[in-house]
Design a protein around this ligand. Structure first.
Ligand code: FEO
Ligand code: CA
Ligand code: CA
Ligand code: CA
Length: 672
């Protein structure tokens, strides 16, 4: 075994170049093992996955679109043991589906209706999975098909509501006339892990799945209509047209959120079903029989992730992005200070009640002077959201109202609109919080549509490659009401240039071919492998599609991140050199990349996104999610054969989202 290098760690691998190959590429000296894939069986009785569109019973199979993941250790005897390196539970989100590959010839519609069996399959491919992983020795990782811990959480799994909005009238549905329970979770994107070893899964783009017929608008209160529109619940069909399936099965009819009539009760239909989603859900990964809990104190919006900052004696802080253009960064602060004795609490969800149901939600304002303010979303302190455009004024009626309508509340208090806030991650060595802002591909954004934390508006392409902001809480406590911040890094495609001026303005972080990237999304710090303060963990950045897929597939980079303010003042010229359109000079404080402090570690297969990431506690196995390889193909035109292509150059199989385990051939710590 190699010795862990102590402060400062260095990047100890050779950068991986751009790649358009249909495999996962890692540095020399590292190996890739494909772990759980779409469709892999989670019980002894479930048949192997045929991968030809004929498979069913996804309530007992790994779901689609491997997204965020987390590893929870198990002792050799099978007891919860967060420090265990050779056996554990892999919990993973299944955000969405690549519909075409799930059916023999792609999705079908017969007489205007989706077939019931196809729809039920697509629904069950969403949610969360728990699968046992074991290292059989010498980094030979496999999953355990018949483990008693294996579980699927799907959009049909019974869940309960907790916190201030539980029981609110807007949460009352046919499934729960009391508004205290519901079914399932959907579009689970990123995640969080608590200090008491539970899993937080985040409901992101829930809005698109619901159908609302045009007749619904006139049957809604002005308040609900404003709320539905502000959260994008405006589809007239719903994703994949699930509600067209001819059935009275509530697993189908719930996706139609159209109000039945002006005289029927809200509990007689599913008009309120959209308000049951957009939450953070806590799951006990070690108890397959437990009922997941929706934590309403953490607010409702397009939840990307939920990084939990756990420091004994401080409140639990949960940092959360809302991934849509111009949305906000939020922080939840528990009333109770974290008690280290709760680390090994036997009842993890009851511990969640203690820390996640009683606290204050804040939204971030980034000031131009490099300071920031957490604005409390507390009833009585939030003014009415003023009327704007076609929105009427919205006056809040209760704390539950604020929590259900965080976007409206964020508007009301003057939060800073951001370029799509994705993951948050905390540096365990400094306590600083990093936030990826994936991009703002907005060709219409005028140059004055910027702000200090989102300063780039390159005329004609907005902020196509994204950036990463980091913040340090004043007093280094999660309880802080103020913080300092800077811009850590701007994405750039160094090959995408037609003038030197353009290059200078796009590539403001001085990236080169060893580390250029676009659209940062996943963000993660290595698990500390040495006592706190001795080891500066590496920062990992994952990318999603973006403006670079013509030259390389999506990727994972590793960085030596530094600290807030270490880069000095820099300037971006937002003027378009091609047209001469006048732009603003934006000044920011931020770092510069170099081959020494930022390197590409991995490139994924064709048309994938690199998503989940976690390590064993010893840092010697890295797990990475490979989401939707071949997503732009279909059953008749397969565009990726991954993961079969990883080991078989002549593979012809349909692509499958999957997790890979990456180990160093000498058994060392990943990245060092
Ligand atoms: Fe599901 Fe914002 O990525
Ligand atoms: Ca994401
Ligand atoms: Ca993304
Ligand atoms: Ca994607």
């Amino acid at each position: 075994q190699t010795t862990v290098r102590v402060s400062p760690a260095v990047l100890g691998f050779s950068a991986v170049g751009h790649s358009l190959e249909d495999i996962v590429v890692v540095p020399e000296g590292y190996s890739v093992t494909v772990m759980t894939r779409l469709g892999d069986p989670l019980t002894a009785a479930t048949p192997a996955y045929a991968n030809d569109g004929s498979d069913a019973d996804f309530a007992n199979r790994i779901g689609d679109h491997a997204d965020a993941l987390a590893y929870f250790g198990l002792s050799d005897a099978g007891a919860p043991d967060a420090g265990a390196n050779g056996r554990g539970l892999m919990v993973q989100n299944h955000e969405n589906i690549t519909e075409s590959y799930l059916h023999p010839n792609g999705p079908t519609t017969v007489g205007g209706a989706r077939p019931l069996d196809e729809v039920l399959k697509e629904i069950e491919c969403h949610g969360v999975s728990v699968a046992e992983y074991v290292d059989n020795g010498d980094r030979n990782w496999t999953y355990v098909q018949d483990s008693a811990f294996n579980r699927r959480v799907t959009p049909n799994t019974v869940m309960s509501f907790h916190g201030p909005a539980a029981g609110n009238a807007w949460l009352q549905t046919m499934y729960s006339p009391e508004g205290t329970a519901g079914r399932g979770t959907i579009n689970n994107c990123a995640n969080g892990v608590t200090g008491w070893h539970s899993y937080l899964t985040c409901e992101e783009n829930f809005h698109g799945y619901f159908r609302r017929d045009s007749a619904d608008d006139a049957l809604r209160s002005e308040r609900q209509l404003a709320s539905l529109r502000r959260n994008g619940v405006t589809s007239r069909s719903g994703s994949y047209a699930w509600s067209t399936a001819s059935s009275t099965d509530t697993r189908i009819t719930r996706w139609n959120a159209t109000t039945t009539s002006a005289t029927t009760a809200a509990t007689s239909d599913f008009r309120n079903e959209p308000f049951q989603f957009g939450w953070v859900v806590e799951i006990d990964p070690y108890d397959p029989a437990s009922t997941p809990r929706k934590r309403t104190a953490l607010g409702r919006f397009g939840h990307e992730g939920a990084f939990a900052q756990i420091v004994a004696g401080q409140p639990v802080g949960v940092y959360m992005g809302d991934d849509s253009r111009g949305e906000y960064l939020y922080k939840y602060v528990s009333n109770a200070n974290f008690d280290a004795a709760d680390t090994d609490a036997a009842d993890r969800l009851a511990t969640g009640d203690k820390y996640l149901d009683n606290g204050t939600l804040y939204v971030a304002r980034f000031n131009a002077d490099g300071t920031g303010t957490w604005l409390p979303l507390v009833f009585g302190q939030v003014p009415a959201r003023p009327a704007s455009g076609s929105y009427p004024e919205y006056a809040f009626e209760s704390q539950a109202d604020i929590l259900i309508n965080c976007r409206l509340a964020g508007d009301a208090v003057g939060a800073t609109p951001m370029d799509r806030p994705e993951w948050t991650a905390g540096n365990p060595a400094t306590g600083e919080i990093y936030l990826t802002l994936t991009n703002s591909n907005n060709s219409n954004r005028p140059v004055d549509g910027t702000n200090a934390a989102n300063p780039r508006s390159y005329w004609g392409s907005g902020n196509p490659n994204g950036h990463i902001v980091r913040l340090r809480e004043d007093g280094d406590t999660t309880a802080a009401m103020t913080f300092t911040w800077d811009i850590y890094l701007f994405g750039a495609d160094t090959l995408d240039t037609d003038t030197a001026d353009e290059q200078a303005n796009i590539n403001v972080s001085n990236l080169d071919l060893s580390n250029d990237f676009s659209s940062p999304d996943g963000a993660y710090f290595s698990r500390a492998s040495a006592p706190s303060g001795q080891f500066n963990p590496l920062f990992w950045i994952e990318t999603d599609d973006g403006a670079m897929t013509d030259v390389t597939n999506c990727m994972l980079l590793a960085a030596q991140p530094g600290t807030v303010g270490d880069g000095g003042a820099r300037t971006i010229n937002n003027t378009n050199p091609n047209t001469g359109a006048t732009g603003s000079q934006a000044t920011f404080v931020g770092a510069s990349a170099s081959a020494a402090n930022l390197r590409r570690f991995l490139v994924g297969p064709t048309q994938c996104e690199i998503t989940g990431i976690d390590m064993t506690p010893d840092g010697r196995t890295l797990f990475v999610g490979i989401q939707h390889p071949g997503e732009r193909g279909d059953a008749a035109n397969i565009t990726s054969n991954w993961p079969a292509s990883q080991t078989d150059a002549d593979a012809t199989a349909r692509p499958r989202s999957a997790i890979v385990a990456i180990t160093k051939n000498d058994g060392g710590v990943i990245g060092l």
